[in-house]
Design a protein around this ligand. Structure first.
Ligand code: GCW
Length: 740
């Protein structure tokens, strides 16, 4: 007892002397996002619900500075600011927020409050000018009408269709406000695997209510449409885009929408992809389909986002298909069509090269689609800050118009006369209290908006801003946590699919490893992508011996990727089939490089826990515990990935896992029991719940016999749903590392 008292006394003394006691912040569920340090979460709707009133009320409630803030819509328009840009003029006793439009001033107000909340207000007189890089900074929700969310990991859809239009959740306004605060100005509210019902009068009444709530925040509604809608809800016997009845259907439907929603943004379309209907069903082209819709929208100023995410089971290399299908139509799309291209040529993998299409369609309005929801990066169970992934794509040079033709420059329209430009992100939002299912991945919503406004911002700057507004400005918190976030994408690449490996996740749920899996469609089969065998691993996409995908890039990218000597090692197995004993730049064999990269990924993921524990004093208990639990899960998943991939590849390489790597904790057989899915007949790649399958179009059907089971193939198992997989996951213990 005496000893204990002495201990308490000494501890108290140390604390008093060092003065390091930090007051523990109050618990929060994270619903207030990056508005956390402002006193109040979301205000009730101001008396008059206009952009001007909202801008003023944000300042009245949250501006803490001594200088008076004046909000001014310029009489004399300033072309340099465009529609959305703003100027903050700091002159001693006054700050003036100036813009050409009311929405510009609202962005200015949020910009000013951001400077306040991140301790970045200028000291003396200064003018800050901000103009967004893209005209449309769009969100894509993959939300179904039954409130399930395809690839959503944060609860149900925000849109309560049953209650609308009569009952309006306060969350709709909070959502609009959060988007406006980071500059997001367009939102496609329903899944691209679209249910045509969204276009019925009943649903349009509900959509109108959302549009009315979003409008003062500058957020335009888009709808994903089902290309077969003329058949499904229009009573027609065809949806052929060149059929006059179909053309009329879309004209009428568009007029009906604009009568309800005068500032409606336009249509987002997934056509002839993964079983969705499209113009090719009628022997027509992407250009025929997109242009027909564009013509219906043009009188109202609407635009079409037409997706380039297309592939079919017959293609030798899925990575080449978007270019193969779209390049022939370069120059044939209407001015108000944008072709929406995923960042990489396959599908939102932890690392992909850029889609070659960005460098191949000089006369087309191209826009970038990124995925904010972490379909392939640990769902909402893993902390992965995605800005570095997106920025890697935006900064990559396509060389299309010579050096400096980065994806950012191409999509911003710098080389086109038509200045229409857009960017879109598939959201990670649902009705979870914290919106995203994981406190830390709220950063990806924030970062997406900031990037869409300014693609030049660095990952560090955005993380810094977000942390200060969401948690604490204390440098003892900011420094380690920012560092952890900025590294996190690379860490996830290391423990999931390093060195250019891709698409080796468990099918269907796209969570956890499944390198041994096959599918009745080769292009859904992990084995098709890694091609592991006794001779090596990786997909040969070279011109001489492989699919020739490297030739879809402009020089010097094409030859850099094509040559195994110059191909960046982080994309090696994307472009090359490489022997297990191939010598890497650091002298290791490919096999050992794989082993050590996975090892490093596990170590780094486990290290997050220690970093988080050190910053405990700066985080409220609720968020601290929630994040800690998820980080433990993430580290265990990292080991699961490593064990599964290496043990499976080892059946081909026959090489040992080096002694200084953690030994596997499970056998390949055990792991294969966990990760095996069998697709039900006629199942869709999206793993959508029954009743949410796309209507019309060709359903994806088995193409040919499943591939022969290779060495190490998994036993046949009944199909399992996600929760069952979780129950079956062998409990991993964290490796005994110092201090853990
Ligand atoms: O990545 C795949 C997803 C599908 C998704 C599709 C797409 C909406 O697995 O769930 O469907 O991409 O982007 O259309």
């Amino acid at each position: 007892m005496k000893l204990f008292k002495t201990f308490v006394l000494i501890s108290a003394l140390i604390l008093a002397v060092s003065g390091c006691k930090v007051e523990k912040p109050a618990d929060t569920d994270g619903h207030d996002l990056w508005f956390h340090n402002l006193e109040q979460v979301a205000q009730a709707a101001p008396a008059s619900y206009t952009t001007e009133a909202i801008a003023q009320s944000e300042i009245d409630q949250y501006w803490k500075g001594k200088a008076a803030v004046e909000i001014k819509v310029l009489d004399q328009k300033d072309d340099a600011l465009g529609r959305d840009g703003y100027r903050l003029v700091f002159s001693g006793k006054k700050v003036s927020v100036e813009a050409n439009t009311a929405i510009g001033t609202l962005y200015g107000v949020y910009g000013l409050l951001r400077l306040q909340q991140t301790d970045a207000l200028p000291k003396g007189s200064k003018t800050i000018t901000e103009v967004p890089a893209y005209q449309y900074r769009a969100f894509n929700h993959w939300d179904n009408l039954n409130r399930s969310v395809e690839r959503g990991y944060a609860g149900k859809s925000l849109w309560n269709w049953e209650e609308l239009p009569d009952k309006v959740s306060p969350v709709y306004q909070e959502y609009a406000r959060a988007n406006a605060s980071v500059g997001i100005n367009a939102t496609a509210i329903n899944n691209v695997n679209a249910n045509a019902d969204i276009l019925t009068p009943e649903y349009l009444q509900k959509v109108k209510v959302l549009a009315d709530i979003f409008r003062p925040y500058g957020l335009k509604i888009f709808l994903s449409l089902n290309f077969a809608a003329p058949k499904h809800i229009g009573g027609l016997d065809t949806s052929d885009p060149l059929d006059p009845k179909v053309v009329q259907f879309w004209k009428d439907k568009t007029a009906e929408i604009y009568a309800l929603i005068p500032d409606f943004g336009g249509y987002l379309v997934k056509a002839n992809s993964e079983g969705q209907s499209g113009p090719q069903d009628y022997g027509r082209t992407h250009a025929d389909g997109a242009n027909m819709l564009a013509d219906a929208l043009a009188p109202y100023g609407g635009v079409v986002f037409w997706r380039a995410f297309v592939y079919d089971a017959q293609a030798e290399d899925r990575a080449m298909q978007a270019s193969d299908e779209f390049v022939p139509f370069d120059g044939q799309f209407r001015d108000n069509v944008l072709i929406q291209v995923k960042n990489g040529p396959i599908d939102f993998q932890p690392r992909e090269p850029i889609s070659p299409l960005f460098g191949q369609a000089p006369k087309t309005n191209l826009m970038l689609e990124v995925q904010i929801t972490q379909e392939y990066l640990g769902h909402s169970k893993h902390m992965v800050y995605l800005h570095p992934l997106w920025k890697e794509c935006l900064d990559t040079d396509t060389y299309e118009f010579g050096k400096g033709s980065t994806v950012a420059a191409v999509t911003e329209g710098k080389f086109r006369d038509n200045k229409l430009s857009a960017i879109s992100g598939v959201t990670n939002i649902g009705d979870d209290a914290n919106w995203c299912g994981h406190q830390m991945i709220q950063i990806n919503w924030y970062a997406y908006g900031r990037m869409a406004w300014n693609p030049d911002l660095s990952s560090e700057q955005i993380a810094d801003e977000w942390l200060r507004q969401t948690f604490s400005s204390d440098s003892k918190f900011i420094k380690p946590v920012k560092d952890m976030l900025v590294r996190s994408r690379e860490v996830t690449v290391s423990y999931e699919m390093p060195l250019g490996l891709h698409h080796i996740m468990a099918s269907n749920a796209h969570f956890g490893p499944g390198p041994w899996e096959t599918s009745y469609r080769k292009d859904w089969s992990p084995q098709f992508y890694h091609k592991a065998g006794p001779d090596g691993v990786g997909f040969d996409r070279t011109v001489a011996t492989g699919s020739g995908a490297t030739a879809q890039y402009n020089e010097p990218l094409a030859s850099t990727y094509d040559n195994i000597e110059t191909c960046p090692e982080n994309l090696l197995l994307w472009f090359h089939h490489v022997p297990w004993n191939y010598k890497m730049k650091d002298g290791k064999t490919l096999w050992n490089e794989l082993c050590y990269t996975y090892q490093k990924g596990i170590e780094d993921a486990a290290d997050y826990i220690k970093i988080w524990e050190k910053v405990e004093p700066y985080v409220d208990n609720q968020r601290y515990q929630e994040v800690r639990e998820k980080l433990i899960r993430q580290a265990k998943d990292a080991m699961w990935w490593r064990d599964a991939v290496l043990l499976y590849f080892q059946t081909f390489s026959n090489m040992p896992i080096p002694d200084d790597c953690y030994p596997p904790q499970h056998t390949l057989e055990e792991l294969q029991q966990v990760g095996v899915f069998r697709r039900p007949q006629g199942g869709m790649p999206g793993g959508m719940p029954q009743g949410q399958r796309p209507q019309g179009g060709q359903q994806a059907r088995p193409q040919g016999a499943p591939q022969g089971a290779p060495q190490g193939a998994a036993p046949q198992m009944p199909r399992m749903r996600m929760p069952e997989i979780y129950d079956m996951l062998p409990e991993y213990t964290l490796p005994s590392m110092p201090d853990l």
